[in-house]
Design a protein around this ligand. Structure first.
Ligand code: CMP
Length: 150
């Protein structure tokens, strides 16, 4: 059965429509084969960014992270495939692009990531997180109904 995850293409990707479309195409194509179940462009107010990243409040990068995530539109995606949570995180690679280029060349962050903050992508880290993040970005999406229809 397919699993759902919540993915973000961050503002450093969305600012470049050509790159953004390449990525949207790539993640749906062989061998990745994600289905884009829902897609939405979002522009956050600072308070929304601070709420989403509450777990990082107090870290040295918190202000710059929230500043970056409110610097322009980003794209939220609900992605489906077998083992979607794990597979999406594997495809985007480690958080820090410089490290990704060493330990996971070819991953999306290794290819497109700019800095530790402007790392281009996000992926839910567990089933519970995916559920919470899907609800936050797509409040009208009914996960249970989607499951019943698979
Ligand atoms: P993500 O894992 O999607 O969510 C938390 C974000 O915080 C992370 O992506 C980066 O954008 C940012 N971040 C994490 N660690 C650092 C760091 N050491 N320096 C700057 N930004 C960071």
């Amino acid at each position: 059965l397919p699993q759902l995850t919540l993915a973000l293409l961050k503002p450093d990707i969305v600012v470049n429509p050509t790159i953004r479309n390449q990525i949207l195409h790539k993640i749906q194509s062989h061998p990745h084969s994600f289905t884009i179940v829902e897609q939405k462009d979002i522009l956050w107010k600072l308070a929304q960014a601070k709420a989403f990243y509450k777990a990082h409040e107090g870290r040295f990068f918190f202000e710059r992270l929230c500043g970056f995530m409110t610097s322009g539109k980003f794209t939220a995606l609900i992605l489906a495939r077998e083992d979607a949570i794990h597979y999406w995180r594997q495809l985007i690679g480690p958080t820090h692009p410089c490290r990704a280029r060493v330990v996971a060349p070819g991953t999306l962050r290794a290819t497109y990531g700019l800095t530790d903050t402007r790392n281009s992508f996000h992926g839910s880290d567990s089933d519970d997180t995916a559920k919470r993040e899907i609800k936050l970005f797509f409040p009208d999406f009914d996960i249970d109904e989607w499951r019943r229809n698979q």
